[in-house]
Design a protein around this ligand. Structure first.
Ligand SMILES: *[C@@H]1O[C@H](CO)[C@@H](O)[C@H](O)[C@H]1NC(C)=O
Ligand SMILES: *[C@@H]1O[C@H](CO)[C@@H](O)[C@H](O)[C@H]1NC(C)=O
Ligand SMILES: *[C@@H]1O[C@H](CO)[C@@H](O)[C@H](O)[C@H]1NC(C)=O
Length: 144
């Protein structure tokens, strides 16, 4: 009996440490983003499995497993961007192009993503005066 219990825990521990799963905090952030939008097509259908690194439009670092790329361009999303995405602190590439965010301001957290190098906000229906919030992203290549 004891052996069975120990084995059980060992199995859980080794599954949890498996290199193929994404970081739970980042998965939660992506799920909160998903909850705030609707996708007319099937683009977000994969956004439910445990390993968010395998979701469509998401890419993780092979080494750290942090999400480094989020490309939801052409998903034709409707809705608002949840600031939960601020948790994706290692993001290098963010493409929100060709969606409809309903004339919302560009979320301030975008300016806090220190590793961001590529940012595409074009044709996504953001209110224009909110561009000021991007001044912080001096090193980024920004398409609006
Ligand atoms: C962002 O997501 C969280 C968690 O799902 C939710 O509680 C919150 O209301 C959302 N915020 C917005 C602005 O949608
Ligand atoms: C990460 O691994 C995937 C699949 O094994 C591979 O296609 C990709 O090129 C790798 N990325 C890097 C940056 O090494
Ligand atoms: C963002 O996505 C659009 C459409 O898929 C693509 O044309 C554009 O080049 C992408 N932007 C960047 C910075 O990669």
């Amino acid at each position: 009996m004891l052996t069975a219990v120990v084995l059980f825990y060992f199995t859980i521990a080794s599954t949890a440490g498996k290199a193929s799963s994404c970081i739970p905090r980042e998965r939660d952030a992506l799920l909160a983003f998903k909850a705030g939008v609707t996708a007319p097509g099937d683009e977000l259908r994969s956004w439910q499995s445990l390993d968010c690194c395998k979701w469509s439009g998401v890419a993780c670092s092979n080494k750290t497993l942090h999400v480094i790329k989020l490309d939801v361009s052409q998903f034709a999303l409707n809705g608002k961007i949840n600031s939960s995405l601020a948790a994706l602190t290692r993001l290098v590439y963010l493409n929100l192009s060709q969606n409809d965010f309903g004339g919302m301001a560009i979320p301030e957290f975008v300016g806090s993503l220190k590793k961001l190098k590529y940012l595409d906000l074009s044709r996504a229906n953001f209110v224009e005066r909110s561009l000021l919030s991007l001044v912080i992203c001096q090193h980024s290549s920004i398409l609006i």
